[in-house]
Design a protein around this ligand. Structure first.
Ligand code: UTP
Length: 378
């Protein structure tokens, strides 16, 4: 018999102790920007986040598109179901954001790659024949075989991939984090917006995906003092809302992953509310802290950002010290919460690391309290 897990509140208190120890390793005390500057930044951030929100009929349009696509998919495979993932699930989608869907079949993730590619081709043919979709493109040989399309009715762009169970689950993990504290959502929106505006949001060109930036933001919120977010994967006990046992998920490539996390947001919010002191920073202060983290505190040479542990790991323990085939390098290491061998930063090369870091530097300049009117970070 295994030992019963300590109560949630004790586990959260332990996580806070860990964060306190981590903080003591950062050198130098952060200088606080002027209050007027923070007030202005906070107002700008809230205005930008409000402007980015999808219109009121967005959810209905997405559900309607999924239903129409599901009807078409049924002609290819009667047992296949379309499931959303990505920002539409995590709540981090802005107006007009692409809809990410994955096809889930009874055979689940064990479907051989050849069958997936065939399904992609058949689906693309069917979608092209339909009067409803345009710009249909099949990519049967991609790592995750995919069909891309645009819906004529809503104008929404949509990618349909095969059996990406891990993406469904990591989107649910992100959604749980976003539900714990409203500031998490605002911070992630702001960082995604900033990364797009500053052209550091394209993994195909050597910068980071939105998903990677969101993981960095969550990690910052787990490791600022006092923490805004707990580490959901490190909590143990009766708090798994989906299943009290561990959640093992098979993926499209036949590998299985431990995807357990505490998703009892109600219990978490209640327990976190009793821990003092609470973090009362504004979103502007958190944004300033985020840019400070990736300009002054994070160790790019040795460190790995890991929301799975709510801590920093070393490249050495991850064996990310040398460049592997097909990887540009391990220069800005971000561990995927479930697929632990996946470094989200492996798309970054020496040249693009400089671009990303100089954008982080540029954004962090705004917090300097002595400078005259600072440039807007966004
Ligand atoms: P994106 O990076 O496209 O995030 O990943 P997003 O928030 O939807 O991007 P925007 O709004 O279009 O800018 C979408 C999803 O793909 C999965 C995750 O589930 C993520 O939420 N994903 C992405 C991975 O699992 N691994 C990756 O390396 C990248």
């Amino acid at each position: 018999m295994s030992e019963p897990a300590p109560p949630l509140i004790h586990q959260l208190a332990q996580q806070r102790d860990l964060v306190r120890r981590l903080q003591s390793e950062f050198r130098g005390r952060p200088r606080r920007p002027r209050p007027q500057y923070l007030q202005r930044l906070n107002a700008d951030v809230h205005a930008a986040v409000a402007k980015l929100q999808p219109p009121g009929d967005d959810s209905a349009a997405r559900v309607d598109l999924i239903n129409r696509l599901q009807t078409l998919v049924a002609q290819v495979s009667s047992s296949a179901k379309l499931q959303p993932f990505g920002s539409s699930v995590s709540g981090l989608h802005s107006a007009g954001a692409d809809l990410d869907l994955t096809l889930v079949t009874e055979v689940g993730a064990e479907m051989p790659k050849g069958v997936q590619s065939e399904l992609v081709n058949r689906l693309a043919e069917l979608l092209t024949e339909s009067e409803q979709m345009e710009s249909v493109q099949a990519r049967p040989n991609a790592r995750v075989p995919i069909v891309a399309l645009q819906d004529k009715k809503s104008g929404l762009k949509c990618d349909i991939c095969m059996c990406n169970m891990l993406a469904i689950t990591n989107s649910q993990l992100l959604r749980a984090y976003m539900s714990i504290d409203e500031r998490a959502r605002s911070l992630c929106f702001t960082i995604k917006f900033w990364a797009k505006r500053r052209s550091v949001n394209d993994p195909y060109r050597g910068s980071l995906s939105s998903y990677a930036w969101v993981l960095l933001a969550i990690h910052y919120l787990q490791t600022c003092e006092p923490p805004v977010l707990p580490c959901l994967q490190a909590l143990r006990g009766l708090y798994w809302a989906d299943d009290p046992r561990r959640m093992i998920i098979p993926n499209f490539d036949g590998r299985s992953f431990d995807c357990s996390f505490c998703s009892d947001v109600g219990a978490l919010r209640e327990a976190m509310g009793t821990l003092q002191p609470a973090n009362s920073d504004s979103v502007a202060e958190l944004l300033v802290g985020f840019f400070r983290r990736y300009t002054r505190e994070f160790d790019f040479v040795k460190g790995v950002s890991s929301i799975r542990t709510g801590s920093f790991l070393s490249k050495k323990e991850k064996q990310w010290t040398t460049k592997e085939a097909g990887v540009r390098g391990h220069l800005f290491c971000i561990e995927d919460p479930f697929e632990l061998s996946h470094d989200l930063g492996r798309v970054i090369g020496r040249d693009t690391l400089n671009d990303v870091r100089s954008e982080l530097d540029r954004a962090s300049q705004v917090r300097a309290p002595t400078r005259p009117p600072a440039p807007a970070p966004l």
